[in-house]
Design a binder for this molecule. Structure first.
Ligand SMILES: [Zn+2]
Length: 154
């Protein structure tokens, strides 16, 4: 259809595809954070001396004093259960065969949201120690999913 053939009362739209590509980075702190998971099987945070605050996941700037944070600390692979929920449906809305437990695990002064594994629902309590279970070294890709899940520690 040309412009002259167009119905002047119809909305001004046309269909098509735009060849747009984007590349997103983790940023400096995110890069260090995910490299530590991938290459070393470690969870690191960034530490602001002035505020005595450890950011997990690592952050390049302190949210309290806005200073650049350049101290990196290994916060270990064991955190504490802060809160959790149970998923009975997948992202597609289909009922899951096995319900999934997703939790916020406190690490440093922050924490991570992740799946729990090797645990029964009736075992869970707030404050329970949870340990990160990593994929084998050769299978990690620099993603939060390099941690398969958190399981009861000990
Ligand atoms: Zn600070």
């Amino acid at each position: 259809m040309t412009l002259l053939e167009r119905d002047p009362k119809s909305p001004l739209t046309w269909s098509g595809n735009l060849p747009v590509t984007s590349r997103y980075t983790f940023g400096l702190a995110g890069e260090k954070f995910f490299r530590a998971i991938k290459d070393e099987g470690k969870i690191i945070g960034s530490y602001c001396k002035k505020c005595d605050h450890t950011y997990v996941p690592a952050s390049q700037f302190c949210e309290k004093c806005l200073a650049e944070v350049s101290d990196w600390v290994d916060v270990g692979t064991i955190g504490e259960l802060h809160t959790f929920t149970v998923l009975y449906e997948g992202y597609d809305g289909a009922r899951l065969v096995q319900p999934e437990i997703v939790a916020f695990i406190s690490l440093g002064d922050g924490g991570l949201i992740h799946r729990l594994g090797e645990i029964n629902l009736d075992e869970i309590y707030f404050g329970m120690p949870l340990e990160a279970v990593f994929l084998p070294e050769g299978q990690r890709q620099g993603s939060i999913l390099d941690i398969r899940y958190f399981k009861p520690a000990g």
